[in-house]
Write a protein that binds this ligand. Structure first.
Ligand SMILES: NC(=O)c1ccc[n+]([C@@H]2O[C@H](COP(=O)([O-])OP(=O)(O)OC[C@H]3O[C@@H](n4cnc5c(N)ncnc54)[C@H](O)[C@@H]3O)[C@@H](O)[C@H]2O)c1
Length: 473
């Protein structure tokens, strides 16, 4: 580019020099004439000289005009042709067609397009593009080849997965999202589509896959009760066959693998708060067992592969998590209460509302998963916020934060709904140096404004009830 510009400047300069040479001999020969002359003759000569001078001036104008024309009609189009052939020829060609019409306007627009494309190229290599759902532009780090890891995130188009992908991408790693889009949505990761470090593979984890990777965050599995109960057999397959496939892949390519297990493995707990050494109280054949037992056997598989095949494993037991990009129809308590409150519809509480839950904000969970993967501890670790609410109090809290007039409506208790849930996070503090940082109030404020934007777009959302249901996009 710089070279071609230099060439262009040289061409213009040479042209002017040549014209000056053809003019100067005429004037200089007249000015330096040695012959002496009389008064009349000298007047005539002055007249003759001034007409010659005028003629010389008009020639100068003519030449300047010609140089101007040369610049305008030859060099400028040349510049555009040269810049077209630089990088974005195809794209500029396409956009040029849009501007076919007034030639002056066409030239100005072409220059603007060129500028835009140059800016875009910078964005393409370093930044996310803002979308409606993720309006912040995120500038990624650039890692040297030996520090950049190839990371697979199964379920990366889902709620938690997409936030984890943001963190890994921003660190400068190469991230492959593998997702069958059952409850995940492409728009959750749409802001990374153009980025050279990002790949999206639409694939079901129950089918084997061969990839070259260094780490696997294995999240793929529907997490909300209505969605995992919609097709219980598939949920069991996802947890069991999916985890086997990921462990097989990890063994083949010597990758480290992290499983997102759940507080549901404690079932309806008889120990409070729940610590990692509690073995749980799960109904083996209840409506939640496809998920609970699926995750329990997935944990068993992780440690079998560790012991038998020396696969490096990590297991996170996640407690209720909330934040932007939760599926509006996933029927979980936080999204349901917020959506109902924002629409001034009744907040539906199942049972007397005395059951307790503790809620962590998604960025805290993502930090915890990251610390677990990158630390040395390989036993199961609870990740959650011990701030505990009864469902009745939580409904009041959401009403207050949304300034809603909704009533609270009590419905029949759902089967096997755990009565208490609160993590003991002393192990996470000790081995990972991790503890939640975002207060429930702060997290809810962000989530409320997210769901407000989803509602503005959708018009109305009817939250999913407790029964099995297919995700509605
Ligand atoms: N969010 C929570 O409160 C919570 C609590 C405990 C555990 N977890 C665990 O964290 C993980 C992520 O949960 P989430 O809240 O983001 O749920 P989510 O439903 O938003 O995300 C799950 C993702 O997995 C994908 N998926 C499902 N089945 C798949 C299959 N067979 N093949 C490929 N992709 C598949 C979905 O399309 C979705 O993108 C899950 O493993 C879940 O069990 C979440």
């Amino acid at each position: 580019m710089v070279g071609t510009q230099n060439l262009k400047h040289r061409g213009v300069k040479d042209g002017i020099g040549k014209h000056q040479q053809s003019i100067l001999p005429v004037s200089s020969s007249l000015a330096s004439s040695p012959v002496s002359v009389s008064g009349e003759e000298s007047k005539n000569r002055r007249g003759f000289h001034s007409s010659l001078f005028n003629c010389w001036i008009s020639k100068q104008y003519l030449l300047i005009l010609m140089v101007g024309m040369l610049l305008g009609y030859v060099m400028l189009p040349l510049m555009l042709v040269e810049t077209n052939s630089f990088t974005f020829f195809g794209q500029i060609q396409q956009k040029e067609n849009l501007f076919a019409g007034s030639s002056t306007r066409g030239l100005v627009d072409k220059n603007n397009i060129q500028m835009r494309l140059m800016e875009d190229q910078h964005i393409l290599s370093r930044q996310s593009l803002p979308t409606d759902r993720s309006p912040l532009v995120m500038e990624t780090a650039v890692l040297s080849d030996h520090r950049r890891k190839k990371i697979l995130v199964t379920g990366g188009a889902g709620f938690v997965g997409s936030h984890l992908v943001d963190k890994l991408m921003m660190e400068g790693h190469e991230v492959t999202v593998l997702d069958n889009l059952f409850t995940g949505q492409k728009k959750n990761v749409a802001h990374w589509f153009h980025h050279p470090n990002f790949n999206l593979v639409i694939h079901d984890v129950t089918e084997p896959i061969h990839l070259e990777i260094d780490e696997i965050y294995h999240l793929a599995c529907p997490a909300s009760p209505p969605h995992y109960q919609f097709n219980p057999v598939k949920t069991i397959k996802t947890s069991t066959m999916g985890t086997l496939n990921m462990l097989g892949l990890a063994r083949r390519v010597r990758a480290k693998v992290l499983l997102t297990s759940t507080s549901e493995i404690y079932g309806d707990p008889q120990v409070h708060p729940q610590s990692e050494d509690y073995w749980g109280n799960v109904n083996i054949i209840g409506p939640r067992s496809c998920y609970d037992e699926g995750k329990r056997v997935a944990e068993t598989m992780m440690y079998s592969y560790k012991n038998q095949n020396k696969v490096e494993v990590r297991v996170a037991r996640i407690f209720n998590t909330f934040g932007p990009r939760m599926h509006p129809n996933d029927g979980r308590v936080v999204s349901n209460f917020i959506i109902q409150a924002l629409q001034n519809k009744p907040l539906t509480v199942y049972g007397k509302g005395e059951q307790t839950r503790s809620f962590q904000y998604v960025s805290d969970l993502v930090d915890g998963l990251h610390a677990l993967m990158n630390g040395d501890y390989d036993g199961p670790v609870n990740l959650g916020n011990p701030d505990e609410f009864t469902m009745k109090d939580f409904a009041e809290y959401v009403k207050k934060l949304t300034k809603s007039d909704s009533e609270i409506r009590f419905l029949e208790k759902t089967e096997d709904d755990p009565s208490k849930r609160k993590p003991d996070i002393s192990l996470a503090k000790e081995v990972l140096g991790w503890a939640p940082k975002v207060s429930v109030e702060m997290g809810l404020t962000k989530t409320i404004s997210y769901f407000q934007s989803v509602l503005d777009e959708a018009g109305e959302i009817i939250p999913t009830g407790p029964g099995a249901s297919k995700p509605q996009n």
